[in-house]
Write a protein of this length. Structure first.
Length: 417
């Protein structure tokens, strides 16, 4: 049939048919065979855990006997601390499922974890670190400090207020579109990881300790409101701060509208510019307002330069944190997105199987590969993704799944850029 079809296409149609697809590799054949074992087991009423064990055994046997490939060893038994974290996480999920609030369930999680570690592991869990100051409060504090310092240095109340309000507006806009608290937590975890490594402790232990810091820090972060309502709140704060410093209602209403419009633009996906670009744009706008008021050009240029220096210094902490978070080993990720394309589809479990058994380089974001969030990357993870894709798990994968975020549970895995 194939020869006749090829001959007909070439001689009658003048078309060279495409070459036949390559034969599946030995590893792929083994994965297909093991998949049939899994499907048969499930069809016969076997439990998910029992069928997964049969799948893993069938895959291991096939790879050893037919492909001369030694599959990766099974993950080591979980430590006492890991079992406690899993138990506490199950208590949190059960609390949420029974209708508890996230705050109440988080307290239940912490109490269950502390009791388990003390009773079973003889370990005192680390106290949760103080959560970072909310972004909007930090912005208000720094704007107030700038205003006071400006007055002490001889600035007029109007000039100092205008600059303080401009700095506050830029800062609040960044608060509305960035996960400031999670960024700070990622930096804290990176500092712990680096310090632990410099101290000569084992890599696995350093990763686990850094992830504990990340988890407990994120627990203290207040979940942000919906982007548009958060922008409205920040705009109202800009207006109130402006009025408190002596601005007119009309002027402060305009400042509030600017914050709202800019913040909503970033909510819609417009890329956030760098801090230096934002400061340069605001400095140019202030210079233009100064010139429009009929003030001398030299004065306006001096005002522009001084504001630009103050703006860059004012935003240095936030912007440095953003840059450090972007270089840390705790990048935001979406669980199950093995190839990093932003979607969870059949390419992800296939890619993970190739990484586990066919020598394909492993994704640098280990957390994304840990589909079942058990703290290890193994054959159970592509099975978990397949179960979701084929409707056996309608709830989705563990967080962060709906969108990219930090891992809310501690383990020894990292997510490198």
């Amino acid at each position: 049939y194939k020869d006749a079809l090829r001959t007909c296409l070439v001689e009658v149609c003048g078309i060279e048919p495409p070459p036949p697809p390559p034969e599946p590799t030995c590893e792929q054949l083994c994965a297909m065979s093991a998949r049939k074992v899994l499907e048969t087991c499930l069809a016969n009423g076997g439990s998910a855990e029992e069928c997964r064990a049969q799948y893993e055994q069938a895959l291991r046997t096939c790879l050893l006997e037919n492909c001369a490939v030694e599959p990766p060893p099974p993950p080591p038994d979980p430590t006492c601390e890991e079992l406690c974290y899993r138990s506490a996480k199950e208590a949190f999920a059960a609390c949420i499922e029974s209708g508890g609030t996230e705050e109440a369930c988080r307290l239940e999680y912490q109490e269950a974890l502390r009791a388990c570690l003390l009773d079973n592991c003889n370990v005192e869990p680390p106290p949760p670190p103080e959560p970072p100051l909310p972004c909007d409060e930090a912005c208000s504090d720094r704007a107030a400090q700038f205003y006071d310092a400006c007055l002490l240095n001889g600035g007029t109340p109007e000039t100092c207020r205008t600059q303080a309000d401009a700095l506050l507006s830029l800062c609040l806009v960044r608060c509305g579109s960035l996960s400031s608290c999670e960024n700070r937590c990622a930096v804290a975890a990176q500092i712990v990881l680096t310090g632990c490594a410099l101290g000569g402790l084992p890599t696995e232990e350093c990763r686990r300790l850094a992830n504990v810091v990340l988890e407990t820090c994120i627990q203290g972060c207040v979940p942000p409101d919906a982007c548009d309502s958060e922008c409205e709140r920040l705009a109202a704060l800009a207006r109130d701060e402006c009025i408190a410093r002596g601005g007119s209602r009309e002027e402060c209403a305009l400042a509030s509208q600017d914050v709202l419009a800019t913040c909503l633009r970033y909510c819609e996906g417009v890329p956030m510019p760098g801090c230096d670009v934002q400061c340069e744009d605001m400095a140019a706008a202030l210079a233009a307002r100064c010139a429009a008021a009929g003030l001398p050009v030299e004065y306006c240029e001096t005002l522009k330069d001084r504001f630009l220096d103050a703006c860059i210094a004012y935003h240095s902490e936030n912007c440095s944190t953003e840059e450090l978070a972007g270089m840390s080993m705790f990048m935001p990720f979406r669980r199950g997105d093995v190839n990093g394309d932003g979607a969870i589809d059949i390419a992800d479990p296939i890619g993970l199987l190739q990484q586990l058994f066919a020598g394909r380089p492993m994704n640098r974001c280990e957390d994304a590969l840990d589909a079942n969030d058990d703290g290890a990357v193994n054959v159970a993870d592509p099975i978990c993704i397949l179960a979701y894709l084929f409707g056996q798990n309608s709830l989705g994968l563990p967080a962060p799944f709906a969108s990219a975020g930090q891992d809310p549970t501690s383990d020894a895995l990292i997510c490198q850029p």
